[in-house]
Design a protein around this ligand. Structure first.
Ligand SMILES: *Cc1c(COP(=O)(O)O)cnc(C)c1O
Length: 402
């Protein structure tokens, strides 16, 4: 008996095989640990570095108004919300935040979720029931892909930003069925290349086919549009995009996702979006800090100007050094180097020189388009950006990239 047990196969052995495989393919990574505040300069793995890898575009995560709002909320309401939204977990702060976001986005209603990820996985299945067709950009975020996987709708993926392909797909689907619900989904800003969706053309193609347009503006929230209202505002398309998703986790500096649209959408989601029904709501401090962040966007637009000034300065510097920085139109600037192993080597050497820029390879991007993805923030000083550019130049030459 004991012998049989001792000889029994370890049922988790496939995990070790998976790790060996990751190592063999050069994809094995250890998590870097941030040991200080998350700012332009921080301590990571015991080393002080300038970071170019956070989504904290405006530095709001350490803004005094957000800190104070979070502290006040903890003192007044405690640490947790205690329930899901649909039972006893809807607190007045959640409702205040949603009203504020609706006013900010110029829509009838918004509904918040625990994260941008759960927002997409909650909203997409409600908008695309069985019998609907989803038309989705090939480079859409993983949370959109997973949201689509949770539906029984038909899926059509069009090549990234290919408006002709989108238009002909929409015509085919509409011609086959005049009554069908069609949902067009796109990122507002694509997270690995920093390009902006061609929303005016997408909206036009969708209107022709009477399709719903759904824009996930995770990297556009707080970055694009007036006071950071996002890509729909940037293109002046308010009223023509039915559903906008935003994140509260990136430029807003805290955590969460929200959907903005008609009041009817909110009401139906309250009754059927599964992460809303079955997962506990935000702690009061999160809702309070998000509320403060929207007020900061309204009253301190200079933060967004500084972000864009820094982005232009850093991009110009990288281009002058001769790096391939792709087609970015936003503060996300990829530095494309080719093979994944080279991107990781570049990232590791920069880290030793005091600059943190994460290497990104397959499967997130194609292997021959491996890159460092950089994001400057409003907090970076000119001196910090110059130090980064000097390090990129030094290591770029060392690795014969420039
Ligand atoms: C980051 C991101 C998300 C996820 O947002 P979280 O709030 O971090 O969960 C969703 N969609 C897109 C396009 C993103 O870039």
């Amino acid at each position: 008996m004991t012998n049989t047990t001792a000889r029994a196969r370890n049922p988790l052995a496939f995990l070790d095989a998976e790790i060996d495989d990751l190592k063999a393919r050069g994809l094995y990574r250890r998590l870097r640990v941030v040991e200080s505040e998350q700012r332009s300069r921080c301590v990571i793995d015991g080393r002080e570095v300038i970071t170019l890898s956070s989504n904290n575009y405006l530095g709001l995560n350490t803004h005094p108004r957000l800190r104070q709002a979070a502290i006040d909320a903890v003192e007044r309401y405690g640490a947790g919300s205690g329930a899901v939204r649909t039972i006893a977990g809807t607190m007045s702060l959640h409702e205040q935040l949603e009203a504020k976001l609706a006013e900010f986005k110029h829509v009838e209603a918004t509904l918040t979720f625990q994260s941008g990820f759960t927002c997409n996985t909650g909203v997409i299945p409600v908008l695309a029931p069985e019998g609907a067709t989803i038309v989705s950009d090939a480079l859409n975020h993983a949370s959109i892909i997973d949201g689509i996987r949770l539906t029984k709708a038909e899926r059509r993926i069009f090549p990234h930003a290919d408006i002709d392909a989108l238009r002909s797909t929409l015509r085919d689907v509409r011609a086959a069925d005049a009554a069908r619900t069609i949902l067009v989904i796109t990122d507002g800003v694509f997270s690995m290349d920093g390009d902006i969706a061609r929303l005016p053309e997408i909206v036009e193609a969708a209107e022709e086919a009477e399709a719903i347009v759904y824009v996930d503006d995770a990297h556009g929230s707080g970055v694009l549009g007036r006071n950071g209202r996002g890509s729909v505002d940037h293109f002046d398309l308010s009223g023509r995009v039915q559903v906008q998703v935003g994140t509260l986790s990136k430029a807003i500096g805290v955590l969460g996702g929200y959907v903005a649209g008609p009041a009817s959408l909110r009401t139906v989601l309250e009754h059927s979006a599964r992460p809303f029904l079955f997962s506990t709501s935000h702690p009061p401090a999160v809702a309070a800090a998000c509320l403060a962040a929207i007020e900061v966007l309204e009253t301190e637009p200079e933060l967004i100007e500084r972000l864009w000034d820094n982005a232009r300065y850093f991009k110009a510097g990288l281009a002058r050094l001769g790096f391939d920085i792709g087609q970015s139109e936003t503060p996300i600037t990829p530095v494309i180097v080719g093979a994944g192993a080279l991107a990781h080597r570049f990232s590791d050497r920069l880290f030793e020189e005091g600059v943190f820029a994460m290497g990104i390879g397959f499967p997130t991007v194609p292997e021959d388009k491996s890159r460092l993805r950089t994001i400057v923030t409003a907090e970076h000083t000119a001196e910090e950006l110059d130090l980064c550019l000097a390090a990129f130049e030094r290591i770029g030459r060392e690795l014969a990239l420039i």
